[in-house]
Ligand binder design. Structure first.
Ligand SMILES: *Cc1c(COP(=O)(O)O)cnc(C)c1O
Length: 379
C-alpha cells in the first residue's frame, strides 16, 4: 500500500457555486459591505451603475435591471405588445421559462425544431407562422447567438417583432453584433450559474427603443413613474441593489471570464476532436459569423447514458438540460404536440460537460481522457 495520488479521487462537480464568491472575494465583500453600510437596498446607484455598465458593454441604449430572467421575458413581451390570443414562435429546446413567459402574457407558445448547433431553425420558424403569430422568440442558447439575419428577414416579411431570450447569451455575437441588441427587446438572466451570475436571482432587459424602455421601467416597479404616480398596472420586479453591486464587480472581469470559457472550449476540442461518436459544439474559431461565450458545453454522444455513468464513476458530474425533456415533452396545457425530429434525436444524445471558470486546464484534460477511455481510444 503506497499513498500515491492514485488513491486521491478526482471530483469535478458540474458547477462550483462557492467559487462565485471566492473568485473575487475581497472586492466583492467590500462592495457588499459598502451597500449595507449605506442602507442602499432598492433602486439605488449600484443598480443604475450596473445598467449603464451593461449599456456600454453591449453598445445598446437602454438596460433595465429586473428580479430574474423569467420576469424579464414577461415584461419584455408585454411591453412589446404581445397579448391574449397571439402566437409566439419559440424553439422547443429551451428552458420552460421561455414558453411560460409567453403563456403568462396570454399568448400561445408555438414550439419549433433546432439545427445541428442546437439553436432555432429559421426554416422551421417560417413554416410555423400563422395569422395569429405576432412574435419570434429566438433563444441565444449555450452562449451562442442564432442566425439573426435569417430571423429578421422572416420577421420583416410577416411583420412580426423579435423578443430575444438571451438568458444564456451575454457577450455572444452574430456578425459582430451582440446578442440582446437585435430584437425590439431582449432579456438576460443573472442566475448564479449563468455567464454573468449574481448571488441569487437577477435579470436585465435591453432595448434600443425609448418607448419600450419607458414601458419596461414602469412595468418592473408597480407602474410608477419618476414622481411615484401610478400610470399603468405594473409588477414588483426590481434587481436588488446588493446584487447589482456584486454584479458591478463581476462585470469588470467579464471579458477575461469569456476568454477563459473560450479557452476551455478549445481544450475540449483538442481532447475530443478524434472521438467521432461525439458531436461537439462549434469551436470558438470555426465560424467568423459567430462569437460564442460557452455558457454551456452541450455535446451529443452515442451511448450517452453509459458514457455519463462512466464519467460519474470517474468523479465527473454532468447534467442534461431541462431534466432531459424539451418544452413540448412536458404535456403542458395549451402546448400543441408536434413531432420535432431534430429535437427528438438531440434529446436521445445530448448532455452538458462541466464548463465554468473554476475549472483548471488539467480538469478538462481529465474529463477528455475519461471520455476517450470510454470509447476505447488511447489515453
Ligand atoms: C436561465 C434561463 C431563463 C430564466 O432565467 P431566470 O433568471 O432563471 O428566471 C430563461 N431562458 C433560458 C434559456 C434560460 O437558460
Amino acid at each position: 500500500m503506497t499513498s500515491t495520488s492514485e488513491s486521491v479521487l478526482t471530483q469535478i462537480p458540474f458547477f462550483r457555486y462557492s467559487h462565485l464568491f471566492n473568485q473575487y472575494r475581497d472586492e466583492t465583500l467590500a462592495a457588499m459591505i459598502d451597500v449595507m453600510e449605506r442602507g442602499a437596498f432598492i433602486l439605488q446607484n449600484d443598480c443604475a451603475e450596473f445598467e449603464r455598465g451593461i449599456e456600454r458593454f453591449l453598445s445598446i441604449k437602454h438596460a433595465v435591471g429586473v428580479a430574474n430572467g423569467t420576469d424579464g421575458l414577461i415584461i419584455a413581451l408585454r411591453a412589446a405588445g404581445v397579448k391574449q390570443g397571439d402566437e409566439v414562435i419559440v424553439p422547443s429546446h429551451t428552458y420552460v421559462a421561455s414558453a411560460a413567459s409567453i403563456h403568462f402574457v396570454g399568448a400561445t407558445p408555438v414550439l419549433v425544431d433546432c439545427l445541428d448547433d442546437h439553436l432555432i431553425d429559421p426554416d422551421a420558424v417560417d413554416a410555423a407562422v400563422s395569422s395569429k403569430t405576432t412574435c419570434i422568440m429566438p433563444i441565444q442558447l449555450n452562449g451562442r447567438t442564432a442566425n439573426m439575419t435569417a430571423l429578421q428577414q422572416i420577421a420583416d416579411r410577416h411583420k412580426l417583432v423579435i423578443v430575444e431570450d438571451a438568458a444564456q447569451g451575454l457577450g455572444s455575437k452574430f456578425k459582430g453584433r451582440n446578442a440582446g441588441t437585435f430584437g425590439i427587446a431582449a432579456e438576460f438572466s443573472l442566475y448564479p450559474a449563468k455567464v454573468l451570475g449574481c448571488f441569487g436571482d437577477g435579470g436585465v432587459i435591453t432595448t434600443n427603443d425609448d418607448g419600450m424602455a419607458e414601458q419596461v421601467r414602469l412595468l418592473r416597479d408597480h407602474g410608477r413613474n419618476d414622481s411615484g404616480l401610478v400610470v399603468t398596472w405594473g409588477l414588483n420586479s426590481r434587481l436588488d441593489n446588493l446584487q447589482a453591486a456584486i454584479l458591478n464587480v463581476r462585470l469588470k472581469h467579464f471579458h477575461q471570464e469569456i476568454e477563459r470559457r473560450r479557452e476551455l472550449a478549445r481544450l475540449y476540442r483538442e481532447g475530443l476532436d478524434e472521438v467521432e461518436e461525439l458531436l461537439l459544439p462549434p469551436g470558438p474559431d470555426d465560424d467568423p459569423d459567430h462569437f460564442d461565450v460557452y455558457q454551456n458545453y452541450e455535446v451529443e454522444a452515442g451511448k450517452r447514458d453509459e458514457l455519463r455513468a462512466h464519467l460519474e464513476r470517474d468523479g465527473v458530474r454532468t447534467i442534461i438540460q431541462w431534466a432531459g425533456t424539451p418544452v413540448h415533452g412536458f404535456g403542458l396545457p395549451g402546448v400543441r404536440i408536434t413531432d420535432l425530429p431534430r429535437t427528438r434525436l438531440l434529446f436521445e444524445r445530448c448532455f452538458l460537460l462541466p464548463m465554468n471558470t473554476s475549472l483548471a486546464d488539467d480538469e478538462i484534460r481529465y474529463v477528455c481522457s475519461s471520455i476517450r477511455r470510454f470509447y476505447g481510444r488511447a489515453d
